[in-house]
Design a protein around this ligand. Structure first.
Ligand SMILES: NC(=O)c1ccc[n+]([C@@H]2O[C@H](COP(=O)([O-])OP(=O)(O)OC[C@H]3O[C@@H](n4cnc5c(N)ncnc54)[C@H](O)[C@@H]3O)[C@@H](O)[C@H]2O)c1
Length: 326
């Protein structure tokens, strides 16, 4: 049901790094306002509330039950996404939940069932697909303008210091989730895959800082993922974040390097303007297209489910040193 209020109220559960990008996105979104946030650590909550110009709620329960809030953004760590998504949906609020959406397939299925039962939107934070260049690539693929699709590549090489990486799962879950929903959106699902990982850069942290995946797609093409926290790519035309689709009739490219600002950006050594830009586009899509105009999200919890199956297949391939059929 489209929401007809003059101003859509947004509440954040979690006020870590990614909340900075979401707050900037809400600020830019017409007809929307960040009403308030809740964060587990009250000092951080107070600091961010002042920074964002919004109120700080004493509990997540009080935030979701405020009638001024129409949509809740779940921006906590992966392990608590289901808890807070269920809380918000239970209070009748639409939800944007950051990626990776759930710890396993069952958690995402639970979110889907809760959202459907309440007729609410629960949209995964699949930000990269809200870039115009990605959407153009998909159109070209769908129209057959690239001919027969031969290959697809998603490459990510962004150094993350060990103290930052420690807040996240390894790159298989944290980063290959992006790769998975991008691939699904652009060229469709894989039918089989194999993966490898390594820990090259970290001293204490035991999770992987690089992983690669090879896939055969349902359309017969092959695809490759690389996700690395181990090092930045400093070469000419670097694979910082690079997405390529190659077909017999043409090819496309998306690169974070199209817009670079020479200043640190959150945990990155430089500011890749597309990082904020993709989240700004995603938030506008959620609030304006989905909530105001009643349109379906471009990427749904079904895509999050398939992305999670791909992650779990990669983990199985790594553990058993085998090719996994999806
Ligand atoms: N889409 C993107 O490009 C992108 C980028 C960065 C992070 N993320 C995702 O956003 C989420 C948050 O990441 P971040 O970078 O802001 O991390 P962060 O470590 O800066 O913040 C994590 C937040 O989770 C909260 N938290 C941790 N454990 C909790 C618990 N048990 N109960 C309640 N709250 C708890 C912390 O208080 C903090 O607010 C993660 O799911 C991450 O994968 C997405």
């Amino acid at each position: 049901m489209p929401i007809r209020k003059e101003t859509l109220g947004v509440g954040f559960i979690g006020a870590g790094d990614v909340s900075i990008l979401h707050a900037a996105a809400v600020k830019k979104c017409p007809g929307a306002r960040l009403v308030g946030l809740w964060n587990r650590n009250p000092d951080r909550a107070q600091q961010r509330a002042e920074q964002f110009g919004c109120r700080s709620y004493p509990s997540a329960e009080e935030l979701v039950s405020d009638p001024a809030i129409d949509a809740v953004f779940v921006l906590t760590n992966l392990e608590t996404h289901l808890e807070y998504t269920a809380l918000a949906l239970g209070a009748g609020k639409h939800v944007l939940v950051e990626k990776p959406v759930g710890v396993n397939v069952a958690e995402i299925e639970r979110m889907k069932a809760l959202a459907e039962a309440k007729d609410l939107i629960c949209m995964p934070g699949h930000n990269y697909i809200y870039e115009q260049s990605m959407q153009r690539t998909r159109e070209l693929v769908e129209n057959g303008d690239l001919g027969r699709i031969v290959s697809a590549y998603v490459m990510y090489n962004i150094h993350h210091p060990e103290e930052v990486a420690q807040r996240y799962p390894g790159v298989v879950r944290q980063i290959l989730t992006h790769h998975s929903y991008i691939l699904l959106y652009l060229v469709g699902p894989p039918v089989e895959l194999c993966a490898m990982k390594a820990t090259l850069h970290y001293q204490q942290y035991t999770e992987e800082d690089i992983a690669m995946v090879q896939m055969r797609l349902a359309n017969g093409a092959l695809a490759h993922f690389c996700a690395s926290f181990a090092a930045d790519d400093h070469a000419a035309d670097p694979w910082t974040v690079m997405v390529k689709v190659i077909g017999t009739g043409g090819s496309t490219r998306y690169s974070y390097r199209d817009h670079v600002e020479i200043k640190p950006g959150l945990v990155h050594s430089q500011t890749y303007t597309a990082y904020q830009g993709s989240i700004t586009n995603e938030v506008r899509h959620f609030l304006v297209e989905c909530l105001r105009l009643g349109r379906a999200p471009l990427s749904t919890l079904d895509d999050a489910l398939m992305a999670q199956r791909m992650i779990e297949a990669a983990e199985k391939s790594i553990a058993q040193k085998c090719i996994v059929t999806l």
